[in-house]
Design a protein around this ligand. Structure first.
Ligand SMILES: CC(C)(COP(=O)(O)OP(=O)(O)OC[C@H]1O[C@@H](n2cnc3c(N)ncnc32)[C@H](O)[C@@H]1OP(=O)(O)O)[C@@H](O)C(=O)NCCC(=O)NCCS
Length: 154
C-alpha cells in the first residue's frame, strides 16, 4: 500500500458524505440524514474559515479521511485544531492509514505557529479509537463534555 495524503476539494463531497454516514452507523448506530449531511460537507468544503478535510488515498482511491475545525483559546492565544470525522475504510484498517493522516495534521499544525494544540472527542465505548489516539501521543483531558443539540435527536 502506498498512502498519499491530500486536502479535499468540492468533487470529494460524495465520498466524504458516504464516510460520515458510515461513521454514524459504526460508532453510534444512527442513520444520519443524507441531505443534511451532504449540505454540511459541502458547506465546509466551500468555506475554509470553517475548517478543512484531509484525505488518504491508495492508488487514487480515497481510503480514509479526517476533518479539522477550529477553536480559539484565549488562555493560549492560539487556535486548537479539532480532529473530527475520523474514518478509514474497513478494508484498509490496521495498515497505518489513520496514523499517516494524524501525523500529517500534526506536522501542518506545528508548522503554522498559531496553532496551540490538537483536540478531539471520541465516543465513550470506542476503545479502539481511544487506544490509537493514546498511542499517537494524545492525552485524555480533565474535561467531560456537555452539549445542547438543536438538530440531532438521540
Ligand atoms: C479508528 C480508525 C480510524 C483507525 O484507523 P486505522 O487506519 O486502522 O489506524 P492505524 O492503522 O493507523 O492504527 C490502527 C492499528 O493498526 C496498527 N498498525 C499501524 N500500522 C501498522 C502496520 N504497518 N502493520 C500492522 N499494524 C499496524 C496500529 O498499531 C493500531 O493497532 P491496534 O488496532 O492494535 O490499536 C478506524 O478503525 C476507523 O475508521 N474506525 C471507525 C470509525 C471511528 O471509530 N472513528 C473514530 C471516531 S472518534
Amino acid at each position: 500500500m502506498n498512502i498519499t495524503i491530500r486536502p479535499a476539494q468540492i468533487p470529494d463531497k460524495i465520498i466524504i458524505a458516504d464516510f460520515n454516514a458510515a461513521i454514524g452507523r459504526e460508532t453510534e448506530h444512527i442513520e444520519l440524514n443524507r441531505e443534511q449531511l451532504a449540505a454540511g460537507v459541502e458547506a465546509l468544503l466551500s468555506d475554509p474559515s470553517k475548517g478543512f478535510y484531509v484525505l488518504a488515498e491508495d492508488g487514487g482511491r480515497v481510503v480514509g479521511q479526517t476533518m479539522v475545525t477550529y477553536e480559539w483559546s484565549d488562555w493560549r492565544n492560539g487556535t486548537f485544531w479539532w480532529i473530527q470525522s475520523v474514518y478509514v475504510h474497513p478494508e484498509f484498517r490496521k495498515s497505518g492509514v489513520f496514523t499517516e493522516l494524524f501525523r500529517h495534521i500534526e506536522r501542518e499544525a506545528k508548522k503554522r505557529g498559531d496553532v496551540c494544540g490538537l483536540r478531539l472527542y471520541v465516543e465513550r465505548h470506542n476503545t479502539r479509537a481511544q487506544q490509537i489516539y493514546e498511542r499517537l501521543g494524545m492525552k485524555k483531558t480533565i474535561y467531560d463534555q456537555y452539549e445542547t443539540d438543536f438538530v440531532l435527536r438521540r
